[in-house]
Design a binder for this molecule. Structure first.
Ligand SMILES: CC(C)(COP(=O)(O)OP(=O)(O)OC[C@H]1O[C@@H](n2cnc3c(N)ncnc32)[C@H](O)[C@@H]1OP(=O)(O)O)[C@@H](O)C(=O)NCCC(=O)NCCS
Length: 164
């Protein structure tokens, strides 16, 4: 499949961020961000598999030549745009990069047929919940003990025709 062009976005502070499909050589930096961001990081093998088999919907945010964030999506049942994972390097948070990644992944998932977006988020992860609510997601229901450590998740949903 043809690769999408790199998207360039200027942040409020003037810095330029490029959003593009992941390359295998990005994965070491992706894994570093993953480990800095999650108690139960995706292992390198899983990141590699996702980069190979979901390359259209595995995006990285690049600042200069550094990977500073990423988002991974997938289409389920033809119409569900499932956001599997998103993280921004701790030194680059609160600059709008997470929002840009979310908007771009929803655009790419829409092109692949998504009519509704879904994600799971720890009930304790209020920063991420704020981000998703600002983008029009709503908490739909709780899944008890969803995570390995027993924490519950909220399933959050957003319909395609809602405003972002
Ligand atoms: C969640 C995450 C991706 C957000 O990335 P980000 O680049 O900081 O997000 P943005 O700068 O686009 O933030 C957009 C809005 O989200 C909300 N938000 C983000 N971080 C927040 C925080 N720490 N506390 C409260 N609200 C927060 C705010 O409303 C923010 O807008 P504002 O800065 O104008 O107030 C980032 O915090 C992260 O990587 N967290 C660890 C990994 C993680 O939890 N991923 C989600 C798994 S479900």
């Amino acid at each position: 499949m043809l690769k999408k062009a790199t998207v360039e976005v200027r942040l409020k502070d003037g810095s330029l961020i490029r959003i593009r499909n992941v390359k295998l050589e990005d994965l070491e930096q992706v894994y570093d961000i993953e480990r800095a961001s999650f108690k139960d990081p995706y292992p390198p093998d899983l990141l590699r598999t996702l980069a190979l088999f979901h390359n259209d919907t595995f995006l990285v945010a690049v600042y200069g030549d550094k990977v500073v964030g990423y988002v991974i999506g997938a289409i389920r049942w033809d119409v569900i745009g499932h956001i599997l994972n998103i993280a921004v390097h701790p030194d680059y948070r609160r600059r709008g990069i997470g929002s840009i990644l979310m908007k771009e992944i929803m655009k790419r998932l829409k092109e692949k047929g998504a009519r509704i977006y879904r994600l799971e988020v720890r009930v304790s992860n209020t920063p991420a919940q704020h981000l998703y609510e600002r983008l029009g997601f709503r908490k739909a229901y709780v899944i008890k003990g969803y995570y390995n450590d027993g924490e519950d998740c909220y399933v959050m949903l957003k319909e395609e025709d809602e405003k972002t």
